[in-house]
Design a protein around this ligand. Structure first.
Ligand code: GN1
Ligand code: MG
Length: 364
């Protein structure tokens, strides 16, 4: 077993670790909280998944640059720089991460106290604030102009995803393909439509910006009054279409069921939550986004949800090598539940587009 205290001891903590507990259920990294004695600050310790992030030091450098940029913005508006942005804690040698004898990479940040994290948006008011929070995050990074490493190549690039998908199907590593004809058709039937959207990114019709790329609700810390305090999980901050952040959040905030709901009749897209999130997001972003971005906001929810169906199904076909699973068919259950959500978005697409038009007019 990894000696977590020994790992923690490599970092420049203000006070040594007293005890260390496991935290949250992220699908990718392992997360712990370092409790220190007395009133001293606590810390978040993460083992970054080296199978998924090929260059953890470059990723940590991205996070350092981005959090420093945001810290200046928060300071300029007299905000609280210890709570409204993540603070990376270096090792005692001044590095942004520590590599242990197994080749695993560890990183530490300050634990922000008195926050609330949600796995589901239970009220439209919360969805509105979530949209505002991500809109503000994008606005804070709008003038960020340093180069950023691509931490996962082609992360929301559906052309790259299809290349992986075609390879996975050809290899059929876990021998599961034969029983998945229906699910595979869900992906194939929409391939051209998704590529048509991506071509607009490739030809510059839809611009790229510095974006978060993983905006599900539990990657945001709220304060006790329901305001967004701090956006966390910055591993995938990269240059990408800003639409991804909207689409991925809609995938998470509007789902009336769970991402891995076993009972798909629980799953649908709540129009009320869609409108609330879009309202918050556009209150911050409507005057900055281009017409082509605004025109594709509603579609971005379908795009990212479709991509998620593909990613869960591909991982199932690959034999569950990417996402952590809790039981053997977990990725298949996730696939089916996300597909139901996608269908619900498709059914309500005209309504979604009309809401975006109405809200855009409200703000510009
Ligand atoms: C992962 O790391 P986490 O759990 O916040 C994944 C996202 C998926 C999400 C599905 C780096 O997010 O892309 O949308 O699971 N992150 C990575 O819930 O692949
Ligand atoms: Mg997370």
């Amino acid at each position: 077993m990894t000696d977590l205290k020994n790992i923690a001891d490599h970092f420049a903590l203000a006070s040594p670790a007293d005890h260390i507990e496991s935290l949250g259920d992220g699908f990718i990294n392992d997360t712990f909280i370092i409790r220190t004695a007395g009133d001293a600050e606590d810390y978040i310790l993460q083992r970054k998944n080296k199978d998924i992030f090929p260059d953890v030091p470059a990723m940590m450098e991205n996070i350092r640059k981005v959090t420093e940029h945001i810290r200046h913005k928060v300071a300029a508006t007299c905000g609280d720089i210890s709570r409204e942005v993540m603070t990376v804690v270096p090792t005692k040698n001044g590095a942004l991460c520590y590599c242990d004898e197994n080749g695993d990479f560890w990183a530490v940040s300050i634990f922000i106290k008195d926050t609330v994290a949600y796995n589901k948006a239970d009220t439209p008011a919360l969805a509105y604030m979530g949209g505002k929070g991500i809109g503000k995050f994008q606005a804070q990074l709008a003038d960020f102009d340093e180069p950023l490493a691509e931490t996962i190549k082609g992360f929301h690039n559906i052309r790259s995803r299809f290349e992986q998908w075609d390879r996975s199907l050809a290899i059929d590593k876990a021998g599961r393909k034969a029983n998945l004809a229906e699910e595979i058709n869900w992906i194939e039937n929409r391939r051209e439509e998704m590529l048509d959207f991506w071509k607009k990114v490739e030809d510059g019709t839809i611009p790229t910006r510095v974006t978060h790329n993983d905006t599900k609700i539990n990657n945001i810390l709220f304060d006790k009054d329901g305001n967004v305090l701090c956006v966390i999980d910055l591993d995938t901050v990269m240059s990408a279409p800003a639409l991804n952040d909207f689409g991925d959040a809609i995938r998470s905030y509007t789902n009336t069921g769970d991402e891995d709901d076993n009972n798909i009749s629980n799953v649908s897209m709540s129009v009320q939550m869609f409108e609330a999130y879009a309202d918050g997001f556009l209150s911050e972003r409507a005057t900055t986004l281009t017409t082509s971005e605004l025109d594709h906001l509603a579609f971005s929810a379908r795009y990212i949800t479709y991509e998620q169906v593909l990613r869960f199904l591909m991982d199932y076909i690959d034999g569950d090598t990417y996402y952590k699973i809790k039981y053997s068919d977990h990725n298949l259950v996730r696939t089916r539940a996300q597909y139901r959500l996608l269908q619900s978005m498709e059914e309500q697409y005209d309504t979604m587009k009309n809401i975006i038009v109405r809200l855009t007019e409200k703000y510009i």
